[in-house]
Design a protein around this ligand. Sequence first.
Ligand SMILES: CC(C)(COP(=O)(O)OP(=O)(O)OC[C@H]1O[C@@H](n2cnc3c(N)ncnc32)[C@H](O)[C@@H]1OP(=O)(O)O)[C@@H](O)C(=O)NCCC(=O)NCCS
Length: 194
Amino acid sequence: MRVAGLTRLAPIRRQVKRAERGANVTNIRGLQIRRLEPSDAALFRDIRLEGLQRNPEAFGSTFEKESALPLSWFEAVLGRTAIFGAFMEETLGGVAAYAAQEGTKQAHRATLWGMYVRDTARNLGLGKKLVAAVLDHARGRVEMVQLTVVSENEGARRLYSAAGFVEYGYEKRGLKHDGRYYDHVLMVKFLDED
Ligand SMILES: CC(C)(COP(=O)(O)OP(=O)(O)OC[C@H]1O[C@@H](n2cnc3c(N)ncnc32)[C@H](O)[C@@H]1OP(=O)(O)O)[C@@H](O)C(=O)NCCC(=O)NCCS
């Protein structure tokens, strides 16, 4: 599958790096974190499939499954789920999703899932801002946000720890991909501890 949007991010990456040396990334011209709408389905599909293809171990779903789904499926997901996107000059550089648990006794919990930042937009602070957007959305709705991360994914674990998530469990062989097992670290952030 052809991956769109990567080369278009190069000048923005330089702009962010320049700004990082002397300013806050929030002030970067053209950087916007916002909730995706059904009309963003094509952009969302593109980045979601890229993530599933490039980092299959980071997701529970698969490229094979989701690449076969129609655009209307992605529209429906965006219609019922809070998914946040990091836009740089209208290019979608990263996404992160929020899902509240269903059921009266689990309604105080939500999950952060689908976290992905394109290769060319990494280490610029987009992941940090996307996690912050999910947590902002969660405040006032739930009491805690949980997530699962592959134990070997040290970058993501550090990102979540920096945002206040703590490890509360370890799921050995939580995921099996291409005949290989990956252990899962379970993390939680209690919002009343902010
Ligand atoms: C993990 C991921 C989302 C990080 O996104 P990002 O935009 O590059 O992250 P940020 O630039 O916001 O980094 C924020 C913090 O995370 C940590 N971090 C992120 N990537 C890191 C890496 N490769 N190595 C070490 N620490 C890393 C650092 O603590 C960093 O803070 P610092 O720059 O002040 O040290 C991105 O690498 C990615 O999409 N990976 C593939 C998919 C994936 O693993 N998703 C997570 C599934 S649970």
